[in-house]
Structure formats: structure tokens, C-alpha cells
Design a protein around this ligand. Structure first.
Ligand code: IMP
Ligand code: MG
Length: 168
């Protein structure tokens, strides 16, 4: 494994993202929606830096895939989402790859009556997007390599690493 983004780099970048995000929601009811399971670290670190009232919702998403493969069929489990009607939603995920997951969830949130939907991802993989999705906040642009750590998994492992690494 090779470290691509260190713990310190991640934490500094989330400080900066929080400073950009908080002013946008000072006077608007905010619900942060995290995509399970990969967004849990990013969600926990970001919300503790947002000095605005907010609610937290979660949505389950999984697309079967191995290392380097294209996204398979997407499963969404909105059972934990809570009511977003009239609320300004900030959707969080660990990584934007093809965009299939986030484009589908953005649509679902609009269908459920969200007042607005913005998207924040910790990582965006270059040259991979196939589904249209507007991303408002990006932590890091990364090359097209398979990464793990800080929520990201390979076969459901390595999520607990406090840094982002490539699997060699
Ligand atoms: P998309 O729907 O193709 O944008 O894929 C997004 C999802 O694929 C993410 O939420 C991750 O769960 C997974 N994913 C994409 N690239 C990677 C990677 O490099 N490492 C681990 N998971 C990844
Ligand atoms: Mg994921």
C-alpha cells in the first residue's frame, strides 16, 4: 500500500471545506445526507467543524464492483433518510467515480421535496465521470487509481485507515 493523501492533509482540507460550506447554510435549514458506508469518516469529521444548526440523514448505496471495474447495478436503501421536504440538503460521499451513485441520489432527494441539493465529495477521480452530476465541493482530485482508507474499502476492508492509500 502506498499513502496518497496523509491524515494531516485530509484534516486540513476538511477545515477549509467547512469554512466554505458553513456560510452557505447560516440561515437555511440544513440536512447533511451521508452515503453509507464510505462517507462515515468524512461525515463525522466535517459536521464537527460546521458551526451551524443541522440534521444528519443517511442513505445506503452499493454498486457491485471489484477493483478497477465499472460500476454495476446500483442498490439504494433510503430507509434511514428521514424527511428532507423543504430542507436544504448537502449530500456527502467519499468519492465521485462514474457519478452513477450521486446522480441517482440527487434525483431521489429532489423527488422527496428537498428545497435544494448540493454535493460534497472528499475525492474526485479524474477522467471517470459518465453520469451528469454537479459537485459543489471537492476535497482532492485524484488520478484513476483504486484507493482505500478513510471510509473507502476494498472487499469491505481498510475503511478504518486514517489516510488514503492506493492498493499496490
Ligand atoms: P460511482 O457511482 O461510480 O460514482 O461510484 C461511487 C462509489 O464507488 C463510491 O461511493 C465508492 O463506494 C465506490 N468507489 C469508486 N471508486 C472507488 C475506489 O477507488 N475505492 C473504493 N471505492 C470506490
Ligand atoms: Mg460508497
Amino acid at each position: 500500500m502506498r499513502v496518497l493523501i496523509t491524515t494531516e492533509q485530509i484534516q486540513e482540507r476538511i477545515d477549509e471545506l467547512a469554512r466554505q460550506i458553513a456560510p452557505e447554510y447560516r440561515d437555511r435549514p440544513l440536512t447533511i445526507v451521508g452515503v453509507l458506508t464510505g462517507s462515515v469518516m468524512f461525515l463525522a469529521d466535517l459536521v464537527r467543524r460546521l458551526d451551524v444548526p443541522l440534521r444528519i440523514g443517511l442513505i445506503q448505496a452499493s454498486s457491485y464492483r471489484g477493483k478497477n471495474t465499472t460500476a454495476g447495478e446500483l442498490y439504494l436503501g433510503p430507509g434511514l433518510l428521514a424527511d428532507v421536504r423543504g430542507r436544504h440538503v448537502l449530500l456527502l460521499d467519499d468519492i465521485l467515480d462514474t457519478g452513477q451513485t450521486l446522480s441517482r441520489i440527487v434525483q431521489l432527494l429532489h423527488d422527496r421535496g428537498a428545497a435544494s441539493v448540493k454535493v460534497a465529495v472528499l475525492l474526485r477521480k479524474q477522467g471517470r465521470q459518465m453520469h451528469a452530476v454537479t459537485v459543489d465541493f471537492v476535497g482532492f482530485e485524484i488520478p484513476d487509481e483504486f484507493v482505500v482508507g478513510y471510509g473507502l474499502d476494498y472487499n469491505d476492508e481498510h475503511r478504518q485507515l486514517p489516510y488514503i492509500a492506493t492498493l499496490g
